[in-house]
Design a protein around this ligand. Structure first.
Ligand code: PLP
Ligand code: ZN
Length: 409
């Protein structure tokens, strides 16, 4: 049973009915799903959750839709991997990687999209749409296919081939737009006003955002019902960072855990780091930038949830760090070579951001630290292609030995 009370404005607190709405008509603030936490507290226990499916849907009491209706491809409950090798290199004894690169469409976006597609069917939409920095469109196209909906996805034409091909295969209408993601987003807001479409990250955004909370619940459960000391989260719009924290806080609100003293850190690529910039200036507002980064999944210059990410940083004592552009590939390789996990550029940003946080003394050796790996490396192979230098040999011993010697292997 859903425990949703209303949509509530994050600016002025006005309540709205549970409809496809995302903006307050009084103050233009974003709307967020609000719940009856007493009712959730009465219906969930650690045992009831542990008896649920091994997917994100084990937490449906905290979501705006029931799992019996879910458009569910088996998303979530992904591995929390103890990273001893990487930890040893960085000087951390209790480091974990939350490997969300193994979801059905290979990014964490399957979580918010699974929730939104379910809600879109409940609202009787026939068309599912989104504007994407890359991973979202693959997830929307897959869920749309599964739900039997017409699907249309908008994206900046400059995205990586792996992301475009990986969305096209599900049969959506693809619209490549000139310009940046922020240009595309502005245009899509106009389209959302003029069409009866379930625009996943526009008119459906309040429901979409809720799906990311499951990345908080899972980590707490997987650590044995304990909140970590540190989370390191990649940020584009800043929504994921804020919602992981909302999820962890909800677990204390309903009594599943006693307390959470988690520091919520955030990482952006240097070439698209407006939230980090605002954090450094001590500002509560984010000044938009024009992104220029190889981490295209994080290339949002005008982040919708930027101010909330800044609040989350302040409330938890977290730090915002930027990874230098040339460190991103290093981060990808470091994670692959130490832990056998192949992440995309966003994960490279997180691993180099983590290294910075340790070097700056923000994370102590014995503190429980979780780095979120949110997307799969096979979608951005162009970034690591330069490392491919095979030994070329004919299939006989003489040629092989000569080739190996020439290669210095
Ligand atoms: C979309 C995305 C993010 C950032 O999400 P926001 O909620 O917009 O901050 C992080 N990592 C990957 C791989 C993404 O695709
Ligand atoms: Zn308002």
């Amino acid at each position: 049973m859903s425990h949703v009370k209303s949509l509530r404005c994050r600016g002025c607190g006005s309540d709205y009915p549970v409809e496809p709405l995302n903006v307050c008509e009084f103050c233009f603030g974003p709307l967020e799903v609000s719940y009856d936490y007493d009712s959730i507290a009465r219906s969930v226990t650690r045992e009831s959750i542990e008896k649920g499916p091994a997917t994100m849907w084990r937490y449906d009491d905290f979501l705006p839709v029931d799992r019996k209706d879910a458009v569910d491809m088996g998303t979530g409950f992904t591995p929390l991997v103890r990273a001893k090798n990487l930890g040893r290199m960085l000087g951390l004894d209790r480091l974990y990687i939350k490997n969300d690169a193994v979801n059905p469409t290979y990014s964490f976006k399957d979580r918010p999209v699974s929730v939104t597609t379910t809600k879109a069917l409940e609202f009787e939409f026939e068309v599912l749409a989104c504007v994407s920095t890359g991973n979202l469109m693959g997830s929307v196209a897959a869920h749309g296919a599964r739900a039997g909906m017409k699907t249309i996805v908008f994206f900046p034409a400059s995205l990586e081939k792996g992301k475009i091909v990986g969305a096209a295969v599900y049969g959506p209408t693809l619209v490549a737009l000139e310009g940046t993601y922020d240009d595309a987003n502005r245009f899509c807001s106009e389209l959302a006003d003029n069409n009866r479409w379930a625009f996943v990250n526009i008119n459906m955004r309040p429901y979409y955002a809720e799906g990311s909370k499951t990345l908080g619940y899972e980590v707490v459960e997987q650590l044995g019902w304990k909140a970590p000391d540190h989370c390191v989260v990649p940020a584009a719009s800043g929504e994921l960072h804020t919602k992981i924290w909302k999820g962890i806080q909800e677990m204390t609100d309903v009594g599943l855990i006693d307390r959470a003293n988690t520091k919520m850190h955030l990482a952006q690529p240097e070439g698209s780091s407006p939230i980090v910039e605002a954090f450094r200036m001590g500002s509560k507002q984010v000044r938009p930038v024009k992104p220029d980064t190889i981490a295209k999944s994080l290339a949002i210059g005008n982040p919708a949830a930027g101010p909330f990410a800044l609040e989350t940083l302040a409330a938890t004592g977290g730090t915002a760090v930027a990874a230098l552009e040339e460190e991103i590939e290093e981060g990808i390789r470091l994670l692959a070579e130490t832990e056998g996990i192949f992440t995309e550029t966003a994960g490279g940003v997180v691993i180099s951001g983590l290294r910075r946080l340790v070097n700056e003394g923000k994370i102590g050796r014995d503190e429980v630290t979780v780095a979120y790996v949110t997307g799969n490396g096979f979608k951005t192979i162009e970034v690591v292609e330069g490392n491919v230098r095979p030994v070329h040999s004919a299939p006989n011993l003489d040629s092989f030995e000569a080739a190996m010697e020439a290669h210095g292997a």
